[in-house]
Design a binder for this molecule. Structure first.
Ligand code: CP
Length: 320
């Protein structure tokens, strides 16, 4: 079994099925503390430093909320311009300094592998809150927790899952991490719907095919989304050279009630890591889906608190 205490959480590749089962179990045990039916002080006096060098709503706030619910304090640095990184300080030096002020650090940065580089200088656990287009491991864990929870309503689990990943699969780090985690389960079918220019990286596809799973790669939505779970992603405008280039791909795979009713199954669960782009021109995940019971996007975001509480408890070696 993986040793959690004192470990960095940098990539989903560090987990096997047993480690994931442990994280999902501990996440479920956090429900009474997250809803404050029970109070918890196991991290009394401990300090989380949240370092977010890219915009974030859910990841940053749910890391902080999770730490507070376990009794700890949270300090935040938001934006590289508010850090001495902007004066040329290295990630290594920053890590040496900040880890001296912290029990654990959560970090998001626009550059791929930068969080791992930072972790080399840290004396406390570092949790990757998203490193460029590379990975978003805590999002993938909360996505898996959500899939398990939603599928349990239909007597299904994580094995034998039929899932569609749709949108900007090239730049969407959440679908990279989720695909790698899904490769650990049995008999998974993953349909990847994207514009040809925004297809899933080959290395991620191989993780699934090498494990014997069925992967369908297509640029057609019609006829390909009758599945257990459809996971829509945003066009990651910040990873394109210009807004005009990102605009070329907007609206190709819009999911709205009419499309859902025509092409999905009766019980297809809709997921999205959020933020969804609700500007009319985005044409992405329509608000006319908001009254569907199978729209799981806000339950999914809520599960982020449970999973991040579990990761703090495991990496810091405490039990509520
Ligand atoms: N899902 C996610 O990472 O959302 P934020 O960018 O708001 O943190």
């Amino acid at each position: 079994m993986m040793k959690f205490q004192g470990s960095h959480i940098l990539s989903v590749s560090q987990f096997d099925r047993d480690a994931i089962a442990r994280i999902l179990d501990v996440s479920a045990q956090m429900v009474p503390y997250a809803s404050r039916q029970k109070r918890c002080h196991v991290l009394d006096g401990a300090i989380l430093n949240n370092l977010f060098f890219e915009p974030s709503t859910r990841t940053r706030v749910s890391f902080g909320t999770a730490f507070n619910l376990l009794g700890g304090f949270v300090r935040e640095t938001v934006g590289e311009e508010n850090s001495s990184l902007s004066k040329g300080e290295s990630l290594f030096d920053t890590a040496q300094v900040i880890s001296g002020y912290s029990d654990v650090i959560a970090m998001r940065h626009p550059k791929m592998h930068s969080v791992a580089e930072f972790a080399e200088g840290s004396s406390v656990p570092v949790i990757n809150g998203g490193d460029g287009a590379n990975e978003h491991p805590t999002q993938a864990l909360l996505d898996l927790f959500t899939i398990q929870s939603e599928m349990s309503r239909f007597g299904k689990g994580l094995d034998n899952l039929d899932i569609v990943l749709m949108g900007d699969l090239k730049h969407g780090r959440t679908v990279h991490s989720l695909s790698k985690l899904l490769s650990l389960y049995k008999n998974v079918k993953v349909t990847m719907v994207s514009p040809t220019a925004l297809q899933m990286p080959d290395s991620v596809v191989s993780t699934l095919t090498d494990a014997g799973h069925q992967v369908v790669i297509t640029d057609q939505l019609a006829g390909n989304i009758a599945c257990d779970v459809i996971y829509q992603t945003r066009i990651q405008q910040e990873r394109f050279a210009s807004r005009d280039e990102a605009d070329l791909y907007r609206g190709h795979f819009s999911l709205n009630k009419q499309v859902y009713q025509q092409y999905c199954k009766e019980n297809t669960v809709i997921m999205h890591p959020l933020p969804r782009d609700s500007r009319p021109e985005a044409n992405e995940l329509d608000t006319d889906l908001n009254d569907l019971a199978n729209l799981a996007i806000f339950r999914q975001a809520q599960n982020g608190v449970l999973v991040r509480m579990a990761l703090f408890a495991l990496t810091l070696g405490v039990t509520p």
